[in-house]
Write a new protein. Sequence first.
Length: 400
Amino acid sequence: MQFKEVIGQHSLKKELPELMKENRLAHAILFLGKEGSGALPLALAFAQYIVCERISRPLAVSQGPSLFGDPEPEPDTISYDSCGTCPSCVKAAAFAHPDIHFSYPVVTKKSGTPPISTDYITEWREFVKGYPYGNAYDWLQFIGAENKQGNITAQECNDIIKKLNLKSFESEYKVLIMWLPEYLGNEGNKLLKLIEEPPPNTVFLFVAENESQILATILSRVQLIKVPLPEDREIEAALLERNNTSPETAARIAAVSQGNYHMALQLAQHAEEDWQELLRDWLNAIMKTGPVAQAKWVDEISKLGREKQKQFLQYFNHLLQLAVKIQVFGQAGEGFPEKDLDFATRFNKITRMEQQEAIINELDNAAYYIERNANSKMLFMALTIKIYHIIKDKIVFLNE
């Protein structure tokens, strides 16, 4: 993968090559970015950049004229992307370079054998080619984990130590990309010595979404690079160019997804879903028709599945943020669908900003627990009751 394939992240695409140019490349880097930010594609592109044969040559030293007529790079110049054509880049793009190793959450594949990432390397290559912005849930479903919890195990750590202590096969560098070190328990302490004193030209690239769930002993030994969410216009352009989404739908989805390209793709896949009708039914059940209608609605949404439930909450969150903008600035800005603006305006007639912010907080909490396999019926019934009291009784619930 090349940097040009990563959505947005223009500053980081410039800064990362300069780390190589200025010999400031840390041996352990943590790419920290929320779901859909592109932290994994960025790490994949950087790994390819590191092993690229045209980049790994000393940039300030003349290599002489090329036998094949390629222009000789000027001394002290810098390329801001891998070439994409050398043998190393071709292998890296296929996620099959012998000096780029991968670690990720897995489940037991064969009964009685400890799970390690190598067991799923074929599936991994297929996954990152097709879903580079996918999340942990997508990956675990892709490998048929069903309800099993993925882990990065002690056996995996031993395998990493063994691989990285071997000599590199082709490249000057050896690179390990560990996706989601949040799934690494205390077994991760096995890696501390290797991270602190790695073999020469060994680079760890950790890719994480939640800093608080990473072992403190690992956090203290890495260079942190925060990966921001892409801007709405970048999400919109990506949907148009990569997903063949219609301009009107792309603009609407970009506004709702708030920089999360994973969410944007999910919304594009279900663009025909009428979330607003579902939301109207919910609010009517909450404020008008009562417990029987509420129970029926909760039963309906509990059948949708986790990803659609998250999309629905994200859509409601989007409308509430529109309502807040209208209250603060008198308008929401350009590019929003008329029906979304109309809903936000109507919602402003029955709620104040403090209530809207309280509901946003509850929706964020609900999305968090859905991601962690909470019982959807219990969660949405509790959320229904909380929203009723926030709107009717103006109660703001405090999180412990």
